[in-house]
Design a protein around this ligand. Structure first.
Ligand code: S3P
Length: 174
């Protein structure tokens, strides 16, 4: 077994803006540290039988936010799990409380330009459709920053780092 595995007993919740690397880092924790992974968006899509874009278009953002909260409330007794949250999950205090009950909250940050580079080719983020530019990303990021920072047990910048470097940095800090 890879000697890096089994280092973490608790759970890690990755929060942060769209394109900050939550899914990539979660995959790395899974691969390199033998953690279980939960992708909130993926789980919601599976439960609802439709994509995030369809949920936003057909049921509205509030309904989606309600789904995020119920998913966290069902977290149960899972251990050794890394959760890749949606970019808006940490905006609700009740979600943050739920995450704090079960593990450490790690905020991944990136510059607006980096986020733009990572997300501009995709069309699966309803909040960025029609707003796909650095200025909008930067303004929404600034608006969200206080809530992200308040929720976080630690903040890790992801610009110019590999997923493995980011994981190691998180492990050291934990
Ligand atoms: C959202 C981020 C998305 C997804 C939804 C809303 C947000 O997840 O949950 O489109 O409010 O920032 P990612 O951060 O994984 O892109």
């Amino acid at each position: 077994m890879n000697e890096k595995k089994q280092i973490i007993n608790g759970n890690i919740f990755l929060i942060g803006f769209m394109g900050c690397g939550k899914s990539t880092v979660a995959d790395c924790f899974c691969r390199e540290y033998g953690m279980e992974k939960m992708e909130m968006d993926e789980q919601i899509e599976k439960n609802e039988g439709k994509s995030i874009s369809e949920i936003f278009a057909q049921d509205g953002e509030e309904y989606f936010r309600h789904l995020e909260t119920s998913l966290l409330k069902q977290f149960g007794t899972k251990k050794n799990t890394v959760v890749s949250c949606g970019g808006g999950t940490a905006m609700r205090d009740c979600n943050v409380q739920e995450m704090k009950k079960h593990g450490k909250i790690v905020l991944l940050s990136a510059k607006p330009e980096t986020v733009y580079e990572r997300v501009h080719c995709f069309h699966d983020r309803p909040l960025l459709e029609g707003n796909m530019n650095v200025e909008y990303i930067s303004s929404l990021m600034q608006k969200r920053a206080p809530k992200y920072e308040e929720a976080a047990d630690m903040v890790i910048s992801t610009d110019n780092k590999t997923a493995l470097e980011i994981c190691s940095e998180i492990i050291e800090k934990i």
